[in-house]
Write a protein that binds this ligand. Structure first.
Ligand SMILES: [Fe+2]
Ligand SMILES: [Fe+2]
Length: 197
């Protein structure tokens, strides 16, 4: 099964909330299923955002179970699959010539061109809420999923502490995002030939 089909099958199996069909139609209209997950870090490739969202969903599902949290399948799917909705309509793709193994080859190059600069986690919440009502717990988890990387936290906001104190789902979503990014998607570095056996 390809990533888009897997995303859609988890989405339709777990999310029955009013407006979910309209949200899926909106995802299909835009670049959600073709966008990368980053410009040059994790999954900087076509479809990377969709694949990352599936990884986070699976990590979150496992964490919620291992922590024994009473969180519905629907909440896990909404938070895992949609936490980075802010990255739809966010990247621009160009083809550039790059020197690879001594020869010039055309490769995709991604840069940021945010069509709706509304933030990160808060933007995902806003976009989801255009179609589907989130619970307070889901909204807070998605809002603060970046943990210490969040711009407001970096600027000195302490609100994340109370969010994490009150909502274990928010803690788990941040951990799931880190696990997906650094354990599932971290490409091994090219080995230095000088260090070979
Ligand atoms: Fe994110
Ligand atoms: Fe993410």
């Amino acid at each position: 099964m390809d990533d888009k089909s897997e995303f859609q099958s988890i989405f339709t199996r777990c999310i029955a909330r009013k407006g979910a069909d309209k949200l899926m139609a909106w995802l299909e209209q835009g670049d959600f299923f073709t966008a990368p997950a980053s410009t040059r870090y994790h999954l900087a490739e076509d479809g990377g955002l969709c694949r990352h969202s599936i990884h986070v969903y699976k990590r979150l599902d496992a964490l919620v179970k291992s922590e024994g949290l009473e969180v519905s399948e629907e909440s896990v799917a909404l938070c895992g699959l949609l936490h980075d909705l802010c990255k739809a309509g966010f990247y621009k793709k160009e083809m550039r010539n790059m020197k690879i193994n001594g020869s010039w080859q055309e490769r995709p190059y991604f840069s940021i061109e945010d069509q709706f600069p509304y933030g990160h986690g808060e933007k995902s919440v806003f976009l989801i809420e255009r179609f589907v009502r989130l619970t307070t717990e889901e909204a807070i988890a998605i809002r603060w999923h970046m943990g210490g990387y969040d711009e407001a936290v970096k600027g000195g906001s302490m609100a994340i502490n109370q969010a994490y104190n009150l909502y274990p789902l928010a803690v788990c979503l941040h951990i799931a995002d880190i696990q997906a990014t650094y354990l599932d998607e971290n490409k091994p570095k090219t080995q230095d030939p000088a260090q070979k056996g």
